[in-house]
Ligand binder design. Structure first.
Ligand code: G6P
Ligand code: MN
Length: 445
């Protein structure tokens, strides 16, 4: 099978290749085509992959190209993990909002809207080309904001595009283990949108054990979400939110922490990643060793603004490899018909009451040869439903704004986002983003 990776020069590509190397099934990926707009980064990643596969005759072959059509031709699976505007764009997503006193974050709040607006036209072009050049391929979308981008691409590819994220499975696993269960023993009652979901039940042998966890501050403090939200707040809302809900429940704290640190996540990554690729370029023979060290550093510093000073990340969380694990599992289920269940971003189809049928939601699914089918999800009510409905309405406005090129609709999206507190501020955001990010400004020309 041929796997095409868009964003093939990206830092996490070796994780996916490493997972492929561990796959010993007869039906498996034997050909990887990397595509990227940056030839130097493609070259760096190609070196890392070659070193990962050294001495392994069964390792999938790797080709690298800056021609999108060449990469897509004949693909069975397409992974899309692109960053339109690069890390420069990410720093602008953050700074424009922070300078106006709002949350500045890659996927959540106004930054996520700015990121989505400039990414949608590119994602739609990819979708059109997939339809032409690899009509039977499945597209697995990691490109953020994953919910919005998946929904936009579904306009072209329907259910052939599936969105994935590593955070829901990470949450489910941590909750299960906190109670001493193996994650495979449990069913996760998780529902919401990407980076906006809640674990509402954790079922073992037909019984919901989540209340036991919520009653135990000690156990809660043993997992990342317990420390992030505090056991009292989790007991109050009766669910465990995705870590990204920190930016909603603790907005001021997050803004203060980010503004109080010397650099944003994007700025940190812009520096450290630029240096990393330069080093690989200068010493390609050490590519793998350089990558291993840089990866550890990136994992250790993830979401630092949400942890107290000096608080280290959990070794199990870092070693678990959510990202590539979900990717491989979904390919295995589709290609070999190995039925599996996982939390994915798929079309709602009436599952979550109160959301449109065509809205992409993040819910547990069964995946087999015919693709993912959402299971009947735990329903959202009260404030989670309200929040999800409003954010989905905003995402749909952003998609419409990007497709039509309408600044009026884009302004409406910014103004109605729950983390933007005034129409005036929304105007300042849109103006600021257009001035700082050329690819975003281009959407409205
Ligand atoms: C998690 C999220 C991804 C996000 C990433 C950011 O894995 O699920 O959607 O892209 O974190 O990590 P970074 O190292 O880029 O800050
Ligand atoms: Mn994610």
């Amino acid at each position: 099978m041929k796997l095409t990776i868009l964003g093939g020069g990206g830092f996490r590509v070796p994780l996916v290749y490493g997972a492929l190397l561990r796959d010993t099934h007869d039906v498996r990926v034997d050909e990887v085509a990397l595509h990227d707009v940056d030839a130097a980064r493609l070259d760096a990643v190609a070196h890392i992959l070659a070193q990962l596969g050294e001495g392994r005759p069964e390792a999938p072959t790797v080709t690298a190209t800056t021609s999108l059509d060449e990469a897509l031709e004949g693909a069975d699976f397409v992974f899309s993990a692109i960053r339109v505007g690069g890390l420069d764009g990410r720093t602008a997503d953050e700074r424009v909002a922070l300078d106006l006193g709002m949350l500045g974050q890659e996927t959540t709040g106004p930054g996520g809207l700015a990121y989505g607006l400039r990414t949608i036209p590119v994602a739609l072009d990819v979708a059109e080309r997939v339809r032409r050049l690899a009509p039977d391929a499945w597209v697995i979308n990691f490109t953020n904001p994953a919910g919005m981008i998946t929904q936009a691409m579904q306009g072209v590819l329907r259910d052939r595009v599936v969105g994935i994220c590593d955070s829901p499975i990470g949450l489910g696993r941590r909750a299960a283990r906190a109670l001493g269960y193996a994650p495979e023993q449990t069913r996760f009652g998780y529902a919401g949108l990407n980076h906006l979901g809640w674990l509402q039940t954790l079922v073992v042998d037909g019984r919901d054990v989540l209340p036991t966890l919520l009653e135990s501050p000690e156990r809660l403090l043993g997992i990342e979400e317990g420390r992030l939200f505090g056991p009292d707040w989790l007991a109050t809302i009766g669910a465990i939110p995705n870590e990204y809900l920190y930016y909603y429940y603790f907005t001021r704290d997050a803004v203060a922490a980010i503004r109080g640190s010397a650099e944003t996540r994007g700025e940190f990554l812009l520096d450290s990643q630029t240096a990393f690729y330069e080093k690989v370029c200068a010493a390609p023979d050490s590519a793998l060793a350089l990558w291993t060290a840089a990866r550890r550093n990136r994992d250790e510093t993830y979401m630092a603004e949400a942890r107290s000073e000096g608080e280290a990340r959990d070794e199990t969380d870092m070693g678990e490899g959510g990202y590539e694990g979900v990717a491989l599992a979904i390919m295995g289920a589709i290609a070999r018909g190995e039925r599996a269940s996982m939390i994915l971003n798929v079309r709602n189809r009436g599952g979550l009451v109160g959301l449109p049928d065509d809205a992409v939601v993040e819910v547990p699914c069964t995946v087999d040869a015919s693709g993912p089918v959402p299971l009947v999800p735990t329903q959202l009510t009260g404030h989670p439903l309200g929040l999800v409905q409003q954010v989905k309405a905003v995402e749909e406005l952003a998609i419409e704004a990007a497709i039509t090129g309408s600044p009026t609709i884009a302004l409406e999206a910014f103004a109605l986002h729950p983390l933007v507190d005034s129409v005036t501020t929304a105007e300042a955001l849109l103006t600021g983003y257009r001035a700082r990010i050329p690819s975003l400004d281009q959407v409205f020309r």
